[in-house]
Design a protein around this ligand. Structure first.
Ligand SMILES: Cc1ncc(COP(=O)(O)O)c(C=O)c1O
Length: 442
């Protein structure tokens, strides 16, 4: 039976293609039922950071499920949730040592945004309700998270249900006139946020949400080294909470546990997901400092965001096992030392037709395609360059993560690479080889 709609009962993500059936994963590789192998150069959706099939993580999850798979976070706490919070507190940036666990990034973004709003109301500042976010940017697909993101094509059918979120241009050097070089550029320095807050009236603003290093939306664009300290200062002076969405770039992806470490700036709320559990179970976390959570503890005594699978033992066990595995095998340092080798080898892609830019940090890289490498003019969306490249890459047995629309809201083509932290130099060479052959096969 073909694995496509409507032959299968599965309502697939895409109703217009046939899907390979993956039966096994090992390290950086996936295998389908026809015996084909795929080099998982993006960890699925930036998730499989430990690699596939790590026996000690599998065993830890199985052991917890045998003991107890589920208890409600309303009535009980459990060993993995307690131990995971302790591990994360040791890794925490600054004072971000209180953790709320949920089962997807979107859920955690919703919870983080609600936490910010609840904090202000409980501090007797109910006027602070506006959320401000970057464009391009992405924060998830549930309705508040979708509203916070700037992907208009995702919002097409749902606009009447979505909150209006004012935008600040994202630090995206390749698409800025100054190319990230001008310390005074409002966009690249972060000062554009100040103008937006002044226009909105900071007394009306609850929070500013942003990805510390660009994920899919700006294809691994890395802000200037002073960017986040400027944002911290602006948020402090305007009494606006800064929420760092590290769902994609956290948990070691960019060579440090938090992508913000090199910037020396600490947000008020931080969200992680994806690599946090390495995909061994769905998991995301919201981290906040006591100065925020104490306000709730003294007030309504709970974050008003209950979900059935918050703090679930089986999910927290996956996070605990993944985080312990990362620490035991020093995988964040490994990613940090492999990062420069990864980027040096990927630099070879710059010479390929239509490759406009190759950028990123640690084991995260964005490759942006353009119609004209001198003017940076994007392909018209109708050409579906990214989709055609992704299909060619899949034919070459290479998995990459696609993004479109970033150049001007409609046009723009890029792919992102985010391999497991255990990737070898030979496997990076294999990515480059397969990438070349995919471009040649378009
Ligand atoms: C930066 C960022 N935030 C939030 C999300 C939403 O996470 P999830 O897909 O787990 O709901 C994603 C997912 O890609 C993301 O990349």
């Amino acid at each position: 039976m073909p694995r496509r709609y409507p032959a299968s009962h599965v309502l697939y993500r895409n109703l217009d293609r046939e899907y390979p059936l993956i039966v096994r994963g090992s390290g950086c590789w996936l295998y389908d039922d026809a015996g084909r192998e795929y080099l998982d150069a993006c960890g699925g959706a930036y998730v499989a950071c430990l690699g596939h099939g790590v026996p000690e993580v599998v065993e830890a999850v199985a052991e917890q499920v045998r003991k107890v798979a589920y208890v409600s976070g309303m009535s009980f706490t459990n060993e993995p949730a307690e131990a995971l919070a302790d591990e994360l507190a040791e890794l925490a940036l600054g004072d971000l040592t209180r953790f709320y666990f949920l089962s997807s990034g979107s859920d955690a973004i919703e919870a983080a945004l609600k936490l910010a709003r609840q904090y202000w109301v409980e501090r007797d500042r109910p006027g602070k309700s506006v959320l401000v976010a970057l464009a391009p940017g992405y924060h998830g697909n549930t309705l508040l998270a979708l509203a916070a993101g700037a992907r208009d094509h995702y919002k097409k059918f749902f606009q009447p249900w979505l909150l209006e979120v004012p935008r600040v241009p994202a630090p995206y050097a390749y698409r800025c006139a100054c190319r990230g070089a001008d310390a005074a550029c409002p966009r690249c320095s972060g000062r554009a946020l100040e103008e937006t807050l002044a226009w909105l009236g900071p007394e009306n603003v609850a929070a500013f949400i942003a990805e510390p290093v660009g994920g899919s939306s700006t294809g691994a664009s890395v802000p200037r080294e002073d960017y986040w300290r400027t944002i911290r200062d602006i948020c402090d002076r305007n009494e606006v909470l800064w929420i760092a969405d590290e769902i994609l770039v956290g948990a070691g992806r960019t060579g440090t546990w938090s992508a913000l470490e090199p910037y020396g700036a600490v947000p008020d709320i931080q969200v992680m997901g994806k690599g946090l559990s390495g995909g061994y179970a769905p998991l995301a976390s919201v981290a906040a400092p006591s100065r925020i959570t104490d306000v709730l503890a003294r007030g309504s005594r709970a974050l008003l965001h209950a979900q059935t699978f918050s703090h679930t033992p089986a999910l927290c066990a996956a996070g605990l096992a993944a985080v312990r595995y990362i620490r035991k095998h020093d995988l964040v340092s490994r990613g940090a030392s492999m990062g420069p080798i990864f980027h040096q080898k990927l630099a070879a892609l710059r010479g390929l037709p239509h490759v406009g830019d190759v950028r990123g940090r640690g084991l995260l890289a964005g490759i942006e395609f353009v119609a004209d490498t001198d003017t940076r003019a994007p392909f018209p969306r109708g050409e579906r360059f990214t989709e055609r490249f992704q299909a060619a890459a899949e034919r070459a047995g290479l998995m990459v993560w696609p993004n479109t629309g970033h150049a001007d809201g409609v046009n723009g083509d890029l792919v992102v690479l985010a391999p497991p932290y255990i990737i070898t130099e030979a496997e990076i060479d294999e990515i480059v080889t397969r990438f070349r052959s995919a471009i040649g096969d378009m």
